[in-house]
Design a protein around this ligand. Structure first.
Ligand SMILES: Nc1ncnc2c1ncn2[C@@H]1O[C@H](COP(=O)(O)OP(=O)(O)OP(=O)(O)O)[C@@H](O)[C@H]1O
Ligand SMILES: [Mg+2]
Length: 363
């Protein structure tokens, strides 16, 4: 966790001074802002990114509970801890049910207690933020998925009924055609289910390890070698770097990008160039193709779950490859962006945290 930025609020200047002293002892490298005027707190929170606010409960000008409620509305993930006086605990306990992060009785304030309460509050708020983001993402994903699942299911039902009719009317050739459609819809459904289970796996936290990007790129080429040679394709890899991430996730990202580069490509010799470089503490992996390109207005949309710019008849696919690639990059603290020109080709840039001091560790 980075150095916490705390806001301490108490209308009693002596109590405030004591809290500053204890907070410095509790979390020695924390940065602290204070105010003895509760009316200033909302303005301060609007202009500074605090990690935790400690509010005195008993402030006649604006009581701590009311202020905590307002902060909750404007900054739902900002942990607010109420410092209560004797006899306020019952109220504070009730306030916890209303969304207050925690409370600490003034009589029990000590450096260790403050440290425990503040760090726990910050961690809980950060977990809540992650869980809410995942929930929102899953809701959007489930909605899109329900729509995409329905289509092959409908087709399976339709083609099965047609095939039954064909058999009844002794139309063997039509029956064969409809069964082939049925089989292809079932395959699409199966691909969707596979992608969906891979997608949910990406929610698991990773243990970052030292990865040589060039060896992952070579591994991707090797696993796609038949596919690439069938297309008369070429993959050039240049540069190299070590990242701190997951080899499995990086393989998944590069494989998706390479397959897309070959799939959405009308050239007689589809060509992919993977360029690996590093600058500062970032490793950039550029995957460039000489394919059909993507319209400027779709450069972000292609990363959305199940978004496809083509029909399944034109190009097969589930529309999850880039969504998963972006998620796999984010799980490693990275990003993926795209630039493209229609008819010329596309370039996807994956940025991941560079491993530092590799030589020192290898020695
Ligand atoms: N390199 C590319 N060149 C042109 N269009 C692309 C490229 N990569 C992706 N696209 C477009 O973006 C859409 C989304 O890509 P994505 O990889 O997420 O799904 P997909 O390839 O359709 O299916 P799959 O889930 O099997 O990968 C594709 O359907 C295609 O229209
Ligand atoms: Mg794809």
């Amino acid at each position: 966790m980075s150095v916490p930025n705390l806001l301490l609020v108490d209308d009693d200047p002596f109590a405030l001074e004591l809290q500053v002293h204890l907070a410095q002892q509790a979390i020695p490298d924390c940065s602290i802002q204070t105010t003895d005027d509760p009316a200033e707190v909302e303005g301060m929170c609007a202009t500074s990114a605090f990690d935790c606010v400690l509010l005195d409960y008993d402030m006649p000008a604006l009581d701590g509970l009311t202020l905590a409620g307002r902060l909750r509305t404007d900054h739902p993930y900002l942990p607010v801890i109420l410092c209560t006086g004797a006899g306020d605990e019952l109220l504070a306990t009730k306030a916890l049910q209303g969304g207050l992060t925690d409370y600490i009785p003034k009589s029990a304030i000590s450096a260790p207690a403050l440290r425990r309460t503040v760090l726990h509050a910050i961690e809980s708020a950060s977990n809540a933020r992650v869980i809410d983001a995942q929930r929102r993402e899953l809701e959007g994903f489930a909605f899109a998925l329900a729509h995409d699942f329905k289509q092959p299911l409908r087709q399976i039902t339709t083609f099965a009924n047609l095939a039954i009719q064909n058999f009844e009317n002794d139309q063997k050739e039509d029956a064969r055609r409809h069964l082939a459609f049925l089989s292809s819809s079932a395959r699409r459904l199966s691909a969707l289910v596979d992608m969906m289970s891979q997608y949910t796996l990406l929610n698991k936290p990773i243990e970052p390890e030292l990865i040589r990007v060039g060896s992952v790129a070579d591994g991707v080429q090797e696993s796609l070698s038949t596919y690439i040679s069938d297309l008369n394709g070429v993959v050039d890899v240049s540069g190299d770097a070590f990242i701190q991430g997951s080899g499995v996730f990086l393989h998944q990202i590069l494989q998706n990008l390479v397959v897309n580069g070959f799939k959405y490509n009308g050239s007689s010799q589809p060509r992919i160039k993977i360029d690996i470089s590093s600058k500062g503490d970032v490793c950039s992996i550029k995957v460039r193709d000489n394919g059909i390109g993507i319209g400027q207005e779709y450069l972000e949309q292609v990363f959305k779950p199940l978004a496809r710019l083509h029909t399944s008849a034109e190009y097969s696919g589930t529309g999850l490859g880039l969504t998963m690639a972006r998620k796999a990059a984010a799980a490693q603290g990275g990003t993926i962006t795209c630039r493209s020109e229609l008819g010329i080709g596309s370039e996807f840039v994956v940025r991941l945290p560079l491993a530092i001091n590799v030589e020192a560790r290898a020695a």
